[in-house]
Ligand binder design. Sequence first.
Ligand code: FES
Length: 109
Amino acid sequence: MPKPKYHVLVCTTDRPPGNPRGSCGEKGSKEELLPAFYSEMEKHMLFGQILITESSCLGPCPMGATVVVYPDGTWYKGVKASDVAEIMESHIVNGQPVERLAIPDEMWG
Ligand code: FES
C-alpha cells in the first residue's frame, strides 16, 4: 500500500446539548460531514491516495466542526457537508487550501 498523500482528520466528538464547549458532533460531523468526505473521495477516485480518519476532539470545539489536513497542517473551522466538495477539489486535488475556512495561524497564540 502506498503512503497516502493527505491525511484528513474529521472530529466527530459529541457532547450533550448545553455543554459550554459545544461539539462537532452536534453540528452534524458524524452523520453529514464524514460521509461527505467519503463520498468526495469516491467521486475523485482517491482511494489509497488520501486517508480519512474519524477523530476525537481536536481542541477548538466552539469553532467546529473541525477538520485538519496533513501534511500541510491546515486546520479548518466551521466545516459543513456543503464545504467538502470545495475542500476536496481545491486542497486535496489541486493543493490549494480553502482560505475562507482555514483557522488563521494568529489564532493559535
Ligand atoms: S469537539 Fe470537535 S474540536 Fe472539540
